[in-house]
Design a protein around this ligand. Structure first.
Ligand code: SF4
Ligand code: SF4
Length: 362
């Protein structure tokens, strides 16, 4: 695919062209010490000059005075909340004179264009697509949001200390699943289409010819991002090794530190567990059936037919880790971890999946 140069000054054109094509444009923005993905109309809403320091149990933005808007790795959100809503009504049951009627909630219609998708999040989206859309019963709510979604990837050049996507093989360069991929330099981006929609988008933008020095500088930035990652998962398939260690003493140790808060599962771009709850109207005339994110760390998640299957926190941590890194291989043919590092940064007590997996293999 040919490469082009998109100056920073043309970012507004990218937003305008996408909005003109009917997309709600979602882009990263600095908020309350973090970076979130929200609808944007102006390029100056992006996090210009912002850096993000992340370590086990901490994440904080700061203004650095540099000229870039993607000099950070990832905030707490991935693409997950945009396709798999944290809470949404699926249907409503209302009493009628002859019995009851079921009304299915309207599917969202407005297509989304997301600017700034990271390679790890594209890999996670591919897994979620398989979970929600593969098989004989695709999820219509997920499908409605995913349809017509346009993805502008930005290759990572500034990984956080918590990132380890190079070891899972999912980053820092986006290789597939995007419409347009950008690599940021101090004055703009090297741009490359990944789909016919991306090519049409490039044709509508004020591009410049990409000089070979800029192309090489962008590639070197991504290479450095991979080389600078200090964390790593000890192998891409830990299925047999972890399943052989279900009685390892480390589960108890980590269970004593873990608060069972569920933060790690909420920020994880591949976790898809959910609960379905009824919300009856106060006057008893109707009831809303709601799907909401759930976590295997919560007490109700392991409660089945009068019995709590995992009463100890150590058992819940074991359930999470062995699903993510072991039995996921049986379900999806790969690990459930894309190396984004969010569960490390957003764990209030700094539990580190790479450290735990390494300790368990000893
Ligand atoms: S397990 Fe942690 S590092 Fe892996 S994908 Fe989930 S949040 Fe990211
Ligand atoms: S590992 Fe950390 S983030 Fe996950 S439930 Fe335990 S304390 Fe919360």
């Amino acid at each position: 695919m040919p490469k082009h140069f998109l100056p920073h000054s043309a970012l507004q054109s990218l937003i305008d062209v996408l909005a003109g094509q009917g997309y709600a444009v979602i882009a990263p923005q600095a908020r309350n010490g973090s970076i979130v993905y929200e609808e944007a109309r102006q390029a100056d809403e992006l996090p210009w000059g912002v850096s993000l320091n992340q370590a086990a149990g901490s994440s904080r933005t700061h203004q650095d005075g540099h000229s870039r808007c993607f000099a950070w790795a990832n905030g707490p959100q991935a693409l997950k909340p945009l396709v798999f809503a944290p809470s949404e009504p699926l249907w409503r049951i209302a009493r009628t004179e002859s019995g009851f009627a079921v009304e299915v909630d309207e599917m969202p219609k407005r297509p989304l264009a997301v600017i700034g998708v990271r390679a790890c999040d594209l890999a996670a989206l591919a897994i979620q697509d398989r979970h929600f859309l593969g098989g004989p019963h695709p999820d219509p709510h997920y499908g409605a949001r995913r349809e017509d979604m346009l993805l502008v990837a930005v290759n990572c050049t500034h990984p956080a200390s918590t990132c380890f996507c190079a070891s899972t093989g999912d980053g820092p360069e986006a290789r597939s699943g995007f419409d347009l991929a950008l690599t940021e330099l101090d004055d703009g981006f090297i741009a490359q289409a990944g789909s016919p929609a991306g090519e049409r988008l490039l044709a509508a933008l004020p591009l410049q010819e990409a000089q070979s020095e800029k192309i090489e500088a962008a590639a070197a930035g991504v290479r450095r991002a991979a080389e600078s990652q200090t964390r790593a998962i000890p192998g891409t398939n830990l299925r047999d090794a972890l399943m052989a260690r279900l009685d390892h003493g480390r589960w108890q140790e980590v269970g004593e530190r873990c608060l069972a808060c569920g933060n790690c599962t909420m920020v994880c771009p591949t976790c898809f567990c959910h609960a379905e709850v009824e919300q009856p109207g106060l006057d008893g005339s109707d009831s809303l059936h709601i799907r909401e994110w759930d976590s295997c760390f919560g007490e109700r998640h392991g409660y089945i037919h009068g019995k709590q299957l995992r009463p100890e926190i150590s058992q819940r941590y074991r359930q999470w880790l062995t699903h993510k890194l072991a039995s996921w291989h049986d379900q999806f043919g790969r690990s459930g971890c894309v190396g984004c590092g969010r569960c490390i940064a957003w764990c209030p007590v700094g539990i580190d999946i790479t450290e735990e997996a390494t300790a368990l293999l000893k």
